[in-house]
Design a protein around this ligand. Structure first.
Ligand SMILES: N[C@@H](CCC(=O)N[C@@H](CS)C(=O)NCC(=O)O)C(=O)O
Length: 230
């Protein structure tokens, strides 16, 4: 039997952009050959396909390269969207885009300055602003999540949508920077929403550990959609 050729996904387990791309592949049941990347030693094959050198990168079977995680999500759901992730109950596309943009833009900026500030010298980081100010600014952005989640289980209704998948990996990174502090904040719905997504089978399937891919070897067939895992 000849092996079916699959799209290739260059991925890094802990990257939030790669996480949301993998979640989309699981939810749309689009199998690919996953090649786990070490960021400080990216494969030449990945760099040849996408010189901008960020993960995730998806190379379709026809050679078309998608090197933005958001595009990879849309690529996956355009092919198959059994959970109607692209059709949320409250389908105000403008609001969904605005909410995702607030996380990719200002929230991510504050998150990085909070997360990567020198721990032993909090008063003296690059922009002279205490990381706590960035932490609080990021949390302020999440107050919109708390308001939305007081009305329904997910951000745009009672079922998971693109907005939840596109943002949860960044909120996870924010929580993990100081989980005790996050748990102590008066944002119970946000905490519940995050736990619900992260403990779910889809996210768990995205966080399997794989050895880094070596040139010349076969990657991992991902996601596993064998009957036992459906
Ligand atoms: N806009 C890109 C951003 C991807 C991105 O920045 N990925 C990080 C890892 S989380 C990366 O590959 N950085 C390059 C590096 O660290 O060398 C996307 O949405 O795919």
């Amino acid at each position: 039997m000849t092996e079916r050729k699959l799209p290739i996904l260059y991925s890094f387990r802990r990257c939030p952009y790669a996480m949301r791309a993998r979640m989309a592949l699981v939810l749309s049941q689009q199998q690919c050959e996953l090649r786990e990347v070490v960021l400080r030693n990216k494969p030449a094959e990945m760099l040849a396909a996408s010189p901008k050198a960020t993960v995730p990168v998806l190379i379709d079977t026809d050679g078309v390269v998608h090197d933005e995680s958001f595009d990879i999500m849309l690529w996956a759901f355009a092919r198959n969207d059994p959970h109607e992730i692209l059709s949320p109950q409250l389908s105000d596309r403008g609001q969904i885009q605005l909410l995702i943009a607030s996380i990719e833009g200002p929230f991510k900026k504050h998150l990085d300055r909070y997360k990567y500030a020198p721990r032993d010298n909090k008063e003296n980081n690059a922009d002279g602003i205490d990381p706590v100010a960035h932490r609080d600014a990021a949390m302020d952005i999440l107050s919109e999540f708390e308001t939305r989640l007081a009305q329904h289980t997910f951000l745009f209704g009672e079922k998971l949508s693109l907005a939840d998948i596109a943002t949860a990996p960044f909120v996870r990174q924010f929580r993990n920077t100081d989980a005790d502090w996050f748990a102590a904040q008066p944002y119970p719905r946000l905490q519940q929403w995050l736990t619900h997504i992260l403990d779910g089978a889809v996210f768990q399937a995205c966080m399997e550990k794989y050895a880094p891919w070596q040139s010349g070897e076969a990657g991992i067939t991902f996601p596993d959609i064998s009957p036992a895992n459906r």
